[in-house]
Design a protein around this ligand. Structure first.
Ligand code: NAP
Length: 374
């Protein structure tokens, strides 16, 4: 790895601080010889110093050139692993920085039944682990942690990873979007046991049950409508009386006989951790202050996603909600920087579409490097 130059600079003075001169033993043999000795040793030190500087300069150049990556992939969800797999098979030796949520949203779900190739379905964490192994088999290198700063104005691009500066000729941003959670005391413990942020992924498990959807935007409407395929009743719980959802979506939800609305209502907690399943939601009406336990087998959150693209603010184009804007699927406005998966897709958000765009990004990286002569 290339280290920040301050590190080297701070080490130099210590190595070359002048040595305390030894006291001359006995009588001095005269000023002429002492001066000559002093000037010889000064000359030697000077030569050594120059050699040292030259060595440092060459090693810095050598290490820097050696350490410039062909491609760095940010994120280890479906998009990131697929980008890593394709670029590893193209012998580009990708470095994957795993990010805040290694494995992305699949690592938080249970059975995945809509990823082609698994007739019986596959557990989300297993699917993602398989993808990781597959990419690693072809030489993808994985590192835990996340990039705190990216400088895309330089080429090679510079990424701050802890105290290291990673240089790379191309960058694939596959950092995903994190589902927004309510932050309830027991919410996290019940993810995968009735608490979910993905109706397409988990709705099927609640066939014949009564479930709740939280939110008042298009996502919540869409989830509620989708879930009526399985549930006997869907209750849409929203904290206000007005909805953020588009009229058409709201009308569709209102027209659905299986959907009921509870407005001005917030969720204070989800029960029951001791049973390892959702049995009820503790609700509170914001106007009356009344609190009660509302029976439900699942709680689906449709309160939005947060794209993980903050470090690119001002460098890459984003929409009003912070999603990266891409052209021709994966091109950002910075040549050599490609984006794929949920960080740039607010529409489909599926494992298979994320994997598809990861593949596209890797193929574009290959073309870009080829055109640059690497
Ligand atoms: P959104 O429009 O930002 O709506 C989020 C909803 O969640 C809001 O009603 C908000 O309540 C509520 N909310 C947020 N934080 C909350 C909290 N802590 N507790 C309780 N409620 C909370 O997000 P979205 O629905 O995901 O939509 C995002 C964008 O994607 C929109 O532009 C939407 O049109 C688009 N989209 C389109 C479709 C479609 O056309 N089929 C489908 C999905 C999404 P408040 O209203 O009180 O703030």
């Amino acid at each position: 790895m290339t280290y920040a130059m301050e590190g080297r600079a701070s080490r130099e003075p210590a190595l070359f601080s002048p040595k305390p001169r030894a006291k001359p033993r006995g009588q001095s043999k005269g000023p002429g010889r002492a001066d000559a000795r002093r000037s010889t040793s000064g000359l030697k030190r000077n030569v050594f110093f120059r050699i040292y500087l030259l060595a440092m300069f060459l090693s810095t150049r050598f290490l820097t050139t050696m350490d410039i990556r062909n491609v760095v992939v940010l994120g280890s969800g479906c998009a990131g692993h697929t980008a890593a797999l394709y670029s590893a098979r193209a012998n580009l030796k990708p470095l994957v920085i795993e990010g805040h949520e290694p494995g992305g949203q699949l690592s938080m779900t249970t059975l995945v039944e809509n990823f082609p190739g698994f007739p019986e379905g596959i557990q989300g964490p297993e699917l993602i682990e398989n993808m990781r192994k597959q990419a690693a088999r072809f030489g993808a290198e994985y590192r835990m942690g996340h990039v705190v700063k990216a400088d895309l104005s330089k080429h090679p691009f510079e990424l701050s990873f802890g105290k290291e500066i990673i240089q790379t000729r191309t960058l694939i941003v596959a950092s995903g979007a994190s589902a927004r959670w309510l932050g309830l005391p027991n919410e996290h413990a019940l993810i995968g046991h009735g608490v979910s942020s993905c109706a397409t992924c988990d709705g099927f498990f609640f066939s014949g049950k009564e479930i709740a959807v939280i939110g008042g935007g298009d996502s919540a409407m869409e989830e509620a409508i989708f879930l009526t395929r399985f549930a006997t009743k869907v209750t849409l719980i929203h904290r206000r009386e007005q909805f953020r959802a588009s009229k058409i979506m709201l009308d569709r939800a209102r027209a659905n006989p299986k959907i009921e609305f509870l407005t001005d209502t917030v969720v204070d907690d989800v029960l029951d951790v001791s049973k390892k399943e959702v049995t009820a939601l503790r609700l509170r009406n914001l106007k009356s202050g009344e609190s009660w336990d509302f029976p439900a087998s699942a709680m689906f959150l449709g309160i939005g996603h947060i794209p993980n693209a903050k470090i690119f603010e001002g460098q890459l184009e984003t929409d009003a909600d912070g999603y990266l804007i891409t052209q021709k699927n994966v091109f950002t406005r910075v040549p050599g920087v490609f984006a794929c998966g949920d960080v740039q897709d607010r529409r489909y958000r599926q494992a298979i579409t994320a994997a598809g765009s990861g593949c596209m990004a890797a193929l574009e990286v290959e073309k870009f490097l080829e055109e640059e002569g690497h």
